[in-house]
Design a protein around this ligand. Sequence first.
Ligand code: GLP
Length: 262
Amino acid sequence: MRIIESENDIGFITAAYVKKRINEAGGRIVLGLPTGGTMESFYKHLVEFCAKGELSFKEVVTFNLDEYIGLPRGDKESYRSYMNSRLFDMVDIEPANIHFPDVYAEDLEKAGLEYDKKIESYGGIDIFLGGVGRNGHIAFNEAGTPFDAPTHKVELSESTRKANSRFFNNDINAVPKYAFTMGMGTILKSREIIILASGEKKSEALYRAVEGPVSPQWPISALRLHNNSYIVADPKALSQVSTAGKKRFSVCSFGDCQGGCK
Ligand code: GLP
């Protein structure tokens, strides 16, 4: 695990890196894509790069990380709607290359395993992008999810539903109780993992990621088990991490940085 701390827009920094990686791969890359407030700027910049002709999604394959269970198709708070309005409707991606877990399937367990098989059929995820919940959840893998879990149905925690109620008129009862999420096992198989975190509210999660034991109680701590994972964060999100903790993991940029920059 490595940490990139920046006071600049972490969405822009990450979008610029992903653009570079897509272009280096000749346009063909498999991305794991998240939703959430933290990612808004990331998508805005990807769309801008496309508008300027610096990036194309023509050959890009995407797998979204999660989706609510129980919302009607096309609901404006579904993650599919989020992705359509932030990215898919604004860039030249082929609809057949967009993948979501099938939350409408009768047999959800089977649908989860099929999602993982589909990811494997594309050679796995090259770059997994994600946010982090205040309780350290990644995608919708709540505390206690085994690190080898496949894509599966989850019951959302009170804390996650409370945090997400801001998208449902602050009514926690309107937030679905269940969701479908890419499993921690699926996520950890990605070749590269990039987690974005911004603001004080994420500071305990990052403290646990860096200083606590590696434990399913804090899913984000699993990043320490992966040899090509990054946390891109602003100083507020890193405010609980000690200087020693930062020193251990800090790098100044993606890729070729050898550390020693802090
Ligand atoms: C939701 C999503 C997560 C996301 C988290 C943080 O719970 N399922 O994938 O990481 O929100 O979102 P935000 O960036 O809005 O804090």
